[in-house]
Design a protein around this ligand. Structure first.
Ligand code: TIU
Length: 220
């Protein structure tokens, strides 16, 4: 295990305190008929990163490092869905409505599931989150503390929404955060680029970015 070649400078990797966190690689964001498409987005930007996210997950598993998964979803009675979130915009299907993969972004529905290629295995933590950030209204903070995790390597979607929100939440809580460029996607390539740039600007104001091969080499 070595430091990770990263921007704006190398990431001081510590084996005993690092985990991979994979944000919201769900059918609802990657497949036609889900939440992402209901908002008018081209989901092929998400499917394009699946093989690289898989390589990253398998790299962490191969060396026995923890993998955490998140899912953006709500309770079936919508009690954790603020009207301001449900009513925003003009989607073709709102959160809680029935679509081709079941109720949109509702816990336990087929569309809410993590893509089968990236599915959690026994022992991996799965955090269901009602917000864009994974710390808000979830046990993530306590779970990380209990396991001594202080460094988070980020993958998932979308770069400027749930990934960046969670990175910012984590950065403010004292975690060292690194985003893997090939393992994150936005429905807007220019937003992905802007998010990468703003995360690592000003001496890593929110954290670090790195390329997949450099992460895999360092953890080996
Ligand atoms: N719409 C969009 O870009 N993202 C989300 O709604 N959720 C996540 O980023 N997971």
């Amino acid at each position: 295990m070595a430091d990770i070649k990263a921007l704006p400078f190398s990431f001081p990797l510590r084996r005993e305190s690092v985990a991979l966190i994979v944000i919201d690689m769900q059918r609802d964001f990657a497949e036609p008929g889900g939440f992402g498409e209901s908002l008018g987005n081209d989901v092929s930007y998400v499917t394009a990163i699946v093989s690289d996210v898989k390589r990253l997950i398998e790299g962490f598993r191969a060396v026995g490092l923890p993998v955490i998964h998140t899912q953006e979803c709500h309770r079936p009675d919508l009690s954790d869905l603020p009207p301001a979130k449900r009513n925003r915009g003009t989607p073709t299907l709102r959160i809680g409505d029935v679509g081709p993969m079941g109720r949109i972004l509702i816990s336990g529905e087929p569309g809410t599931a993590i893509l089968p290629e990236l599915a959690p295995i026994d022992g991996e933590i799965v955090i269901e989150k009602p917000g864009k950030g994974a710390f808000y209204a979830t046990p993530l903070g306590e779970t990380l503390k209990a396991r001594g995790i202080e460094q988070l390597v980020f993958a998932g979607v979308t770069t400027e929404v749930c990934v960046q929100t969670t990175m910012r939440e984590a950065n403010d809580r004292g975690y060292e955060c690194l985003l893997v460029e090939e393992a994150t996607a936005s429905y807007f390539p220019e937003f992905k680029q802007a998010a990468l740039d703003m995360i690592r600007a000003q001496g890593g104001i929110v954290g670090w970015t790195a390329h997949l091969d450099d992460v895999l080499e360092a953890i080996d």
